[in-house]
Design a binder for this molecule. Structure first.
Ligand code: DQA
Length: 144
């Protein structure tokens, strides 16, 4: 069975109460449960993890190699700053989809820069919590 990792970065544990006008009112627990249920529907094993720590996200990406066929990554603010995450993705050579709830291109200029984009197969942003299901579909299409 295909296994996918959904990895969420800093502050995404606060979804539901964090700036709901920007990120919506769905909690991360709800999003993760929905991803797992969608995976069951599709016959795909979905594992979800979240960390607020850059090094832990790097470790999780390293450990994904050999276990997961692909990674869906919402790196939060590390998207815009982290060469370490970019290098981790290049090092494992796993397909990664960059995901954001908000449309980062319609927001502040510092959010337009992504260190994840050049090492990703594609980016999904601006569709809120629905982006997670869209990313699963996109990853499965890529792997097929
Ligand atoms: C985010 C967008 C980032 O710019 C921000 O720092 C986040 C969330 C999103 O999902 O829209 O933490 O990744």
């Amino acid at each position: 069975m295909t296994s996918l990792l959904i990895l969420n970065g800093p502050n995404l544990n606060l979804l539901g109460t964090r700036q709901p006008q920007v990120y919506g009112s769905t909690t991360l627990a709800d999003i993760e449960a929905d991803c797992v249920a969608y995976g069951t529907e599709l016959g795909v094993n979905i594992t979800c993890t979240q960390s607020n720590h850059e090094g832990e996200l790097v470790d999780t990406i390293h450990a994904a190699k050999g276990t997961f066929a692909g990674v869906i990554l919402n790196a939060g603010a590390y998207t815009h700053t982290s060469i370490a995450l970019m290098d981790a993705i290049s090092s494992v050579e796993l397909p990664v989809i960059e995901l954001h709830l908000s449309n980062i291109h319609a927001r502040e200029e510092f959010r337009h820069k992504s260190y994840i984009a050049p090492v990703s197969i594609g980016q999904i942003c601006g569709f809120g919590a629905a982006g997670y299901r869209l990313s699963i579909d996109a990853m499965l299409g890529h792997l097929r």
